[in-house]
Ligand binder design. Structure first.
Ligand SMILES: *[C@@H]1O[C@H](CO)[C@@H](O)[C@H](O)[C@H]1NC(C)=O
Ligand SMILES: *[C@@H]1O[C@H](CO)[C@@H](O)[C@H](O)[C@H]1NC(C)=O
Ligand SMILES: *[C@@H]1O[C@H](CO)[C@@H](O)[C@H](O)[C@H]1NC(C)=O
Ligand SMILES: *[C@@H]1O[C@H](CO)[C@@H](O)[C@H](O)[C@H]1NC(C)=O
Ligand SMILES: *[C@@H]1O[C@H](CO)[C@@H](O)[C@H](O)[C@H]1NC(C)=O
Ligand SMILES: *[C@@H]1O[C@H](CO)[C@@H](O)[C@H](O)[C@H]1NC(C)=O
Ligand SMILES: [Mg+2]
Length: 762
């Protein structure tokens, strides 16, 4: 499933950042820039008397006479070519200076200690110069107003002054890219608003986890490329405003702890190039807006399996787990990470075949090398055959027998037997349940009904109460009636947002008697998600009214109408001029799509979901004629199957003869087989030619014709331009699926495999 879950992230990070996110590494800088800009915006209210000259190519030294300008509050001389030292006379600005920005010049010498005694100074930026020597301790002596200091990109040496933590207003400091060494001072977050800490690329050492007590406001934390040791401060990930956490290229050791809560804005986690051990915690999935996860090159330290929960990180852009000791298979779910632009799991101890998802395949062999037990493309190393799942013996036999009675062609030999890859869809377990216990819904007779509405969180479905009200009105309005299905009338409800949903008003509750039972049945449908299934959005319960809410399929015609509808009135004769408007090409696609949806219900859903009401009327075709199977999982809501005349011809014989016999997935296979026959022959599952004549059951009809040896005699006459062999194969598959004995019928997985092999072998 590809979803587009960017909405949440967009709310958190500026759109610009997302758009600019081309190369992951470059954008990390963008994140930093943003955090920095936020700060600067916070340090607002530039005072009156300013001196602002930048990018003007000023050369020479800072004039000592500047200090004689009266009441100078702000000096911004960045981006020039000033050299020399900060003149001693600048001490004269002490009384008034709020802001000093000398960034991006060629100033040198030591940082004058007197800057520390400026009582008004809030912002000091002398980054990108050539200052050397130690940071004077006095710089952080009395610093009543100091908010932000950047000394980045100089040649400073020595320690980080311990006084830093006593600047009560300090909200950020950037000491990155210097030659500082020793340990960081204790209590870095003593200033309560501390939100920006960068000491990247120095030679700092010692521990850090114990120096961050009381950090609450951190947004950016970057201590990369130093020599810190001990535990990395992963506890920071729980902070509400954290966006960026970089501890890469240090000596951090120990395990990555579980991350029970993670900041909503948190997007960048780089802990690569350390000596971390233990497993990658599954709970990293709680960092819902994560874009970068780099845990690579931890010296073969990280073990365990790659958590499949990573597939929940819909904004993940960069995933690097290389050079560790990870074991197990690469979870195929990772193929769902549609934003991924960098992926690397090379040099681990992973096993099994590489998921076939094009998304993962695109990263090429270097993303996977160095895992001796990993196999399949894009590596040269082919997977051993035993991993491949083949058609089970009973089916092969069944198909063979069917083939033998029919035209004598041996299907097996023509079949391209492929491994069936189970595509396990991942479900968001989260749902939004909106219970409006006293939602008053006024029916035409103005009776007040109270009930409970449950909406599953999906597809940006509107969930406001007003929207729901609109939905209810639609139910009551006959103009919105779009059809009558096996469980009741179907209405289209349009929301203001432009979204439409289908609302089914149940006419019967089948075998269900109590609300709990109803809710339990509905709950089983939550989270089912497949491109060829109509998405189920939720339900409404009140003692007198029960509604099912599901995806509204635009165009919403069903396969039955296409195959058996009034042909004179129908769609212009396109695609090979067939009367039904549905070419063989399309019918075949519908067959494959439907079989995949059923295979998903039968094999990928735990517990298995049975449909038990498969018929061509329940296969909806959208604008592009893509199939969407509807009305699944409603077994308990259906009237007794044997009484269901609408399903006549589709019901497996074991159910018809003894309704008490257990439902099984083979009942679905039977009904699907009937649909296949319908598609090839264009005939209804049961037809009668006028009063008094006996009803013709499609399955028997096809069998007779084939036994008589005139296969093509039963093809839909309106079909043109098809490959006859394909129709024959599908017809035979239809017959095998409709075998009298359930055990003779293939499983849905095998049906998918067979249909796919028909196409690839023709
Ligand atoms: C100082 O000027 C530079 C321009 O070179 C700018 O990027 C930086 O944000 C300024 N510093 C502060 C703290 O405003
Ligand atoms: C988080 O950021 C918001 C604004 O961006 C701010 O209002 C809030 O105080 C911050 N929270 C903390 C704990 O600093
Ligand atoms: C983390 O910092 C290192 C330098 O220490 C840098 O190379 C890397 O790009 C940073 N990671 C992210 C995600 O920004
Ligand atoms: C980093 O620190 C470790 C001790 O934690 C020390 O053995 C190593 O020499 C240091 N490396 C550098 C480059 O300073
Ligand atoms: C890789 O895993 C296999 C078994 O899964 C084990 O025998 C082998 O020792 C592991 N190799 C390394 C380098 O961990
Ligand atoms: C993956 O990482 C390995 C080793 O770190 C490197 O050699 C390779 O080029 C990387 N491949 C990709 C696609 O990033
Ligand atoms: Mg229906």
């Amino acid at each position: 499933m590809r979803r587009s879950p960017h909405a949440a992230a967009a709310a958190v990070l500026p759109v610009l950042l997302l758009l600019n996110w081309a190369a992951a590494v470059g954008a990390a800088t963008a994140a930093e820039t943003r955090a920095l800009l936020d700060f600067k915006a916070a340090v607002t209210a530039d005072p009156g008397a300013r001196l602002r000259l930048h990018g003007a190519g000023l050369e020479g030294v800072l004039s000592p006479s500047l200090a004689r300008l009266p009441a100078l509050e702000s000096v911004s001389l960045f981006g020039n070519r000033l050299s020399g030292v900060i003149p001693a006379s600048f001490a004269g600005l002490a009384g008034t200076l709020h802001k000093l920005n000398l960034s991006g010049n060629a100033l040198s010498g030591e940082i004058p200690a007197f800057l520390g005694s400026f009582p008004m100074l809030r912002l000091l930026d002398i980054s990108y110069n050539a200052f050397s020597g130690e940071i004077p301790a006095a710089l952080f002596g009395a610093c009543p107003r100091l908010r932000y200091v950047s000394l980045a990109h100089n040649a400073l040496t020595g320690r980080v002054p311990p006084g830093l933590g006593s600047c009560v207003r300090l909200a950020g400091f950037d000491l990155s890219y210097n030659n500082l060494d020793g340990e960081l001072p204790n209590k870095l977050c003593a200033p309560p608003e501390m939100s920006y800490i960068s000491v990247r690329s120095n030679s700092l050492s010692g521990t850090i986890d114990d120096k961050l007590d009381g950090c609450r406001s951190l947004d950016l934390f970057d201590v990369g490329s130093n020599n810190f040791s001990g535990a990395a401060p992963f506890g920071l990930l729980a902070l509400v405003n954290i966006t960026y956490f970089n501890v890469s290229s240090n000596n951090f050791a120990g395990e990555i702890p579980a991350i029970p809560t993670c900041g909503d804005r948190f997007a960048y986690l780089d802990a690569s190039r350390n000596r971390l051990t233990g497993a990658v915690p599954e709970t990293v999935a709680n960092c819902r807006n994560l874009m970068v996860l780099d845990l690579g090159a931890n010296g073969q330290g990280l073990g365990g399996v790659i958590p499949a929960t990573l597939s929940q990180l819909k904004n993940l852009n960069f995933l690097d787990l290389s050079e560790n000791a990870l074991i197990g298979v690469i979870p195929p779910e990772l193929g769902d990470l549609s934003s991924l632009a960098h992926f690397n799991v090379s040099f681990n101890n992973l096993t099994g075949s590489i998921p076939s998802s094009p998304l993962l395949q695109q990263f090429g062999p270097t993303a996977f090398v160095g895992n001796p037990l990993l196999c399949g493309p894009p590596l040269d190393h082919a997977c051993p055959g035993r991993n491949a799942r083949r058609l089970g013996v009973p089916v092969i036999v069944a198909i063979f027998i069917a083939a033998a009675i029919l035209v004598g062609i041996c299907i097996i030999s023509a079949m391209n037997i492929k491994a069936y890859k189970r595509r396990k869809e991942h479900h968001d377990d989260e749902e939004e349940i909106l219970v409006s216990d006293s939602a008053a819904i006024v029916s035409p007779g103005s009776t007040v009904i109270t009930g409970k509405l449950v909406l599953f969180r999906k597809n940006n479905l509107a969930s406001r109460y007003e929207d729901w009200e609109a939905g209810t009105k639609a139910v009551l309005d006959k103009n919105c009636l779009v059809g009558v299905g096996s469980v009741g009338a179907v209405y289209r409800a349009r929301f203001e947002s432009g979204v439409s949903i289908a609302v089914k008003k149940l006419e019967t509750l089948g075998r269900i008697t109590r609300q709990e039972e109803f809710e339990h049945e509905m709950g089983r449908l939550r989270g089912l998600s497949h491109p060829n299934l109509v998405t189920f959005h939720g339900y409404y319960w009140s003692p007198s009214t029960q509604l099912l809410l599901s995806e509204f399929v635009e165009n919403g015609s069903n396969l039955y109408d296409h195959l058996h509808g009034n042909r004179r009135r129908s769609v212009p004769a396109n695609s090979g001029g067939n009367g039904g408007g549905l070419s063989w090409e399309r019918r075949f696609r519908v067959a494959v799509a439907t079989s995949r949806a059923l295979a998903y219900l039968h094999h990928d859903c735990k517990p298995q979901v049975l449909h038990l009401n498969i018929k061509s009327r329940n296969i909806l075709l959208d604008k592009e004629h893509e199939a969407k199977l509807s009305d699944f999982g409603l077994v308990k809501l259906l009237p007794e199957l044997s009484n269901l005349h609408t399903a006549a011809g589709y019901v497996a014989p074991e159910l018809a003869s003894s309704p008490s016999s257990r439902y099984s997935d083979k009942c679905d296979v039977f009904s699907f087989g009937v649909v296949l026959l319908e598609m090839v022959t264009g005939r209804k599952p049961v037809s009668s030619h006028g009063q008094g004549t006996a009803a013709v059951v499609l399955r028997d009809y096809v069998r007779e014709i084939l036994e008589a040896g005139t296969v093509s005699g039963c093809f839909d006459r309106s079909l043109r331009g098809f490959v006859e062999a394909e129709l024959v194969q599908v017809l035979k598959l239809g017959l095998v699926c409709t075998s009298e004995t359930p055990s003779r019928r293939p499983s849905m997985a095998e049906v998918v495999q067979f249909l796919e092999s028909i196409r690839s072998s023709s």
